[in-house]
Structure formats: C-alpha cells, structure tokens
Design a protein around this ligand. Structure first.
Ligand code: PEP
Length: 251
C-alpha cells in the first residue's frame, strides 16, 4: 500500500497558484509518483487544479461537503457535485470546521456517509486540543470522535482517517513519533471494534494519515513511523519544493 499525501490548501491560493504549483507538481509526479497524492484547494479552484493536473497521477479532493445530495443549502456543496467535477476525495471533520462551524461528530459522520454514497473517499479528521492533551484525555477524545464520526458503511479501503492533534496544526509543533504510533494504533483498534468482524479483518488496510506541521524537514521520521500511512499537509502543501520533499520522504 502506497502512502497517501494530501495537501490541504485551506482558504489559500488563487488561480495563478493553481496553475503554477500544480503544473510544477504534475511534472515532478508524472504518472508513477512514490506516493498517492491528492490536492484539496478551495472549492472555486477545484476545476483549475483539475485542468493543471490533467494527465498526471495527481488526484483532486475538496475540503468539505454537505450531507445532502441537493437542496436549499445556500453556500454548501454536495459530495455528488464534487464527484461530478472530478474529485475523488473529500476532507470531513477538519478541526477548523469543527471549531469554526460547530460541526459535531454526528454531522461529520453524515458527511462521510454522503461522500461514500457519492463515490468519494472521505478523509475523516480527528484530534485532541492542547487542553484535552494536558488533561490526559487524548485517548478518550479520539475514541469519542472516531466512534461518532465513522459511517456505519464503508470498508477500510473506502475511507481514510487523519489524526491531527489540534495543537500541532499550523503551529510548528509536531507530536512525537511515539505518540503518533500510539494514537494510530488506537485508531486501528477503534475502527475494528466499531465495524464488527468485517472491519476487524480489514483493519491493516485502513490508511491513517498524520497531520500537524508536517514539512520536508520532519517528514521522513513521521512517515516511517509504525502505523502511519501518509500525511495531511496544510502550510507546506502551498510550497512546491517543500511539498515535493514530503512526497519523496515516503518510505
Ligand atoms: C491541516 O491543515 O490539516 C494541517 C495539518 O496544517 P499544517 O500542516 O499547516 O499544520
């Protein structure tokens, strides 16, 4: 199983970046990059990124979706439309959406289920805050978020989980590789437990990404950590050379 490197542009970038960065990445990646690569730009840039990535192995992902297929939801985008315009992935439950938009585990679960129904691979994010970590609640928070956010349907191969400690996102701080290995192990156990025997048989094929200040300079040790199957990268995904170093650091 190849590692998966997902670039989350957040609310950054414009049409010029979509062309230049993605064209440069497409040339480097060609058709057989070392890792599977998915780019998640802001929704208005999805088609520009798709055009610049055309003919390469770069995949397209969105940063969020609505749980419904269509309807009166001004400003929202459905998973079905994302699929229609060429996306294969969608991030759901990113901590910035949980915090800024009050998204609950139940809503994240509904969005992930919609993504699966539409034929997208949801990247389901979980992670504890600094305060929760300091209170020794990491294990409890991860278990609660996972059991609440993972849809009932969907095999280990049809979805991805991203462990993103909130205190590590955009701060330059990263979890230790020992902590990452421990949480990823826990995620695998919880995933197997919530899905019964079918999921427990597939649990080794579940891709679990680490996210939180991953850069070219720290990627190698994180990506070689037991139980880590890739990275969700924010800031560094906007820098062609740094993002490429992360991809090249995959074991
Ligand atoms: C993220 O946006 O999911 C993220 C991990 O950001 P950063 O890499 O900038 O910490």
């Amino acid at each position: 199983m190849k590692h998966l490197i997902a670039g989350n542009w957040k609310m950054n970038g414009d049409q010029a970046l979509a062309k230049s960065l993605v064209a440069g990445l497409a040339v480097k990646a060609g058709t057989k990059p070392k890792a599977d690569i998915v780019l998640c730009p802001p929704a208005p840039l999805l088609q520009a990124v798709a055009a610049a990535a055309s003919g390469s192995a770069l995949a397209l992902g969105a940063q969020d979706c609505h749980a419904d297929e269509k309807g009166a939801h001004t400003g929202d985008v459905s998973a079905w439309l994302l699929k229609d315009i060429g996306c294969s992935f969608v991030i759901v439950g990113h901590s910035e959406r949980r915090a800024d938009h009050g998204e609950s585990d139940a809503l994240v679960k509904a969005k992930a289920a919609a993504a699966l129904k539409a034929g997208l691979t949801p990247i389901i994010c979980v992670g504890e805050t600094d305060a929760e970590r300091n209170r020794g609640e990491t294990t409890r928070v991860i278990a609660r978020q996972l059991t609440g956010s993972i849809p009932d349907l969907g095999s280990a191969l049809s979805l991805v989980v991203a462990y993103e400690p909130v205190w590590a996102i955009g701060t330059g701080r990263t979890a230790t590789t020992a902590d990452i290995a421990a949480v990823h192990g826990q995620i695998r156990e919880v995933f197997a437990a919530v899905g019964g025997t079918a999921r427990s048989a597939q649990v080794e094929t579940l891709r679990i990404l680490y996210g939180g200040s991953v850069k070219g300079s720290n990627a190698a040790s994180i990506l070689a950590t037991h139980g880590v199957n890739g990275a969700l990268v924010g800031g560094a995904s906007l820098d062609l050379e740094d993002f490429w170093r992360i991809i090249e650091a995959c074991p």
